[in-house]
Design a protein around this ligand. Sequence first.
Ligand SMILES: *Cc1c(COP(=O)(O)O)cnc(C)c1O
Length: 392
Amino acid sequence: MTKHNSFETLAVHAGEDPDQFAGSVSVPIFNASVFAFTDADEAAAIHNFEKPGWFYGRLGNPTQDALERAVCQLEGGESALAFASGMAAVTGAILTAVRSGDHIVAPAAHYSTTGSFLEFLESDFGVAVTYIDQTDPENYRAAIRPETKLLYIETPSNPTLKITDLEAVAAIARENGLTTICDNTFATPFNQMPLKHGIDVVLHSATKYLGGHSDLTAGMIVGDKDFVEKARLKTTKLFGGNIAPQTAWLVLRGIRTLALRMERHNSNAQRVADFLAEHPRVKGVNYPGLASHPNHDVVRRQMRGFGGMISFDVGTIDAGKALLNNVKLCTLATSLGGVETIIQHSASMTHAGLPREERLKAGITDGLIRLSVGIESAEDLIGDLDRALQNT
Ligand SMILES: *Cc1c(COP(=O)(O)O)cnc(C)c1O
């Protein structure tokens, strides 16, 4: 355990424990689905969670544990749990917080598959959901009912970069005895630490910035020990969405450079956003780091940096698709948070299944482009976008 607490130092060292691993500085990959006990008493104690230890792959292993300790430290939490994907973390966290008959207040603008899951909970499992404009915390308060258990947050939101005031929503939750969960995928703990602002549970698609290299899918939740251990026993044990040991190791390796990468994602995205905001072919830019962002004051209070995600509007579906065909450096794909810049057109790709009216209500305009700004040269990226926009 390191004595130094700056994020940069923690990112490099969090979770390491060379004493436990024959001096190995890199945490070993435990390719094991089964762990033997020394005697019957130990078998009983570990099996019944009376003594810490490993016994079966679905319930963890030392590689997964190192990753969990690392992300826990980076988010400033008490306990963490790793999953095989971000959606396993989203569903695991939500199902730990609610049961049939409960009510959730959720943001209208959110990661689309989180929305599909909430609809599924509502249609098949009797959990009611109210969607609100998350940019005003009072909308959370106004939607609370006697059955409400959970205020769900995603800030900045995917893909419209809407901002929720974490402290204000945490205060409303405390007054009403409710749980708060915040999807921190876009910001990463380098830019935003929701637990410090009073949020109960943080979750990540570690597929994105924590992994950082577009080579894995994983998810994380961080919170107090009671919540996380309940999630471990209720969701990973029963549903089995646990992370594979190799994947846990890859996420941990990604985290070692998280601070460096986020610095460059932040500075590149700011330069690209400034460029796009001035471009005559661009109708509007969503980026928390622009003074023109409607919640820029909240951003300044709760974010250390403004992240690598931008969305901008080029007007029409045809212009959006033309831009995708005209870029050469930006990769046309549907993920984010990797070292390479990734571009997508929401109306024809991720949100093509939504009726236009509903899509517009969620802020996904016809020409909305989502850009995950990578760590290449900012000049090269601006050059690529400039040339592509001239031809669009
Ligand atoms: C990608 C993403 C998820 C889901 O993560 P997967 O790893 O794809 O399962 C959840 N929330 C946000 C904000 C995301 O961007």
